[in-house]
Write a protein that binds this ligand. Structure first.
Ligand SMILES: NC(=O)c1ccc[n+]([C@@H]2O[C@H](COP(=O)([O-])OP(=O)(O)OC[C@H]3O[C@@H](n4cnc5c(N)ncnc54)[C@H](OP(=O)(O)O)[C@@H]3O)[C@@H](O)[C@H]2O)c1
Length: 329
């Protein structure tokens, strides 16, 4: 496995990061623990969780904690073998202090996360979503405190644009706060709205760790036009978590699958190999229900797609807009 450096942190991570959003349901605790151990056995050393994750049972404002608790159990005696990331900011209760990026919420939640994870530090503490109600300085001062206390080694962000990252870098430099080292954005062949932010991340040593690179399973080839979803798939079990499958979507999926068939690469591996080849990509945050799916992701991290496929994929799934180049045409 070719390990990579996560942004400016110096942390060495596997190109696949194990996502834990489905821990609890549909992946029961015992299976989830086996999944973590199996993934580690394949060389995966990067685990992504969040204070809110509790599998399919999650609803807006539910307390979360399930996935962190399971990860804590799985890492007992193995904590030092992994780079552990968790997140804060999404609602974990009904009250106004139960969400967001205020100092009081963040400082409370890091302690709760550490307790559930049975550790005294996380390697990466990620702010889950921007919070327009809290000044960024307040959030960053709280993160600085957490890093100084040794409760987190580094901090990263999720669902932030390049403009927001730029402000964070600028504030950090001005105030002597730790820099942001990673950006977790939604990114897949079907979802490229952050595509043009990747070069910004590359220039500023921010490691990109995209989530849903398989678009929740849509890019695995398991869903076919005119057919009901397979019984144990996410679309059958939790349709709210999968995009509506219309003809326009199947047109794109069939275009991608035809290209994957040309080079005899299974669709899931093909989609992951494409994502991995994009600028600043460090580690793909992949969800899995079975060990075989983790194996697929690991196999994908060792594949390279032919150069002409990149351009042909841009035809099937274009980036959001093309930057005009008045100098070089
Ligand atoms: N920062 C954020 O806001 C945010 C948001 C969402 C997710 N995340 C993170 O990203 C992780 C991944 O998200 P995700 O699970 O929704 O996306 P994903 O990795 O695109 O999809 C994973 C799902 O696809 C199916 N799958 C995976 N590999 C497969 C294979 N080789 N063949 C067939 N099916 C396969 C499995 O579902 P089935 O077998 O059930 O069909 C699996 O649970 C989460 O666990 C979480 O850590 C972060």
């Amino acid at each position: 496995m070719k390990y990579r450096v996560l942004g400016s942190s110096g942390l060495i991570v596997s190109p696949i990061c194990l996502g834990t959003m489905t821990f609890g349901e549909p992946v029961p605790e015992a299976d989830a623990i086996k999944l973590v151990h199996g993934a580690m056995g394949m060389g995966i050393n990067f685990i992504d969780t969040a204070n809110v994750y509790e599998g399919y049972r999650r609803f807006l404002g539910s307390p979360g904690g399930t996935a962190e608790t399971i990860v804590g159990k799985a890492l007992k005696g193995r904590r030092d073998q992994v780079v552990l990331a968790t997140k804060v900011g999404a609602p974990v209760g009904p009250g106004p202090q139960d969400r967001g990026l205020s100092a009081s919420h963040i400082l409370r939640e890091i302690d709760r996360s550490l307790q559930r994870l049975q550790t005294d530090y996380v390697d990466l503490y990620i702010i889950h979503w921007p919070d327009k109600h809290v000044p960024l300085e307040t959030t960053m001062a709280a993160l600085d405190q957490i890093v100084r206390q040794g409760k987190a080694r580094y901090f990263g962000v999720s669902n932030h644009t390049a403009a927001q990252l730029c402000e964070i870098l600028w504030l950090a430099e001005r105030n002597g706060w730790p820099p942001v080292v990673s950006s977790q954005i939604p990114f897949s062949l079907l979802r490229r709205e952050f595509h043009h932010d990747l070069s910004f991340c590359k220039r500023h040593a921010i490691g990109v760790t995209p989530y849903q690179p398989l678009q929740g399973g849509l890019l695995t080839g398991k869903y076919q036009r005119g057919q009901v979803p397979p019984r144990d798939s996410r679309a059958a079990e939790k349709p709210e978590w999968v995009w509506e499958m219309d003809d326009a979507l199947f047109d794109r999926l069939e275009g991608i699958e035809a290209l994957a068939a040309e080079v005899e690469i299974p669709p899931a591996q093909y989609a992951l190999a494409w994502a991995m080849s994009q600028p600043a990509m460090t580690s793909l945050v992949v969800g899995a229900k079975q060990l075989q799916q983790v194996q697929d992701a690991v196999a994908a991290s060792e594949r390279t797609l032919p150069a002409d496929h990149m351009a042909r994929l841009d035809q099937v799934c274009p980036p959001p807009w093309q930057q005009p180049d008045p100098v070089r045409g």
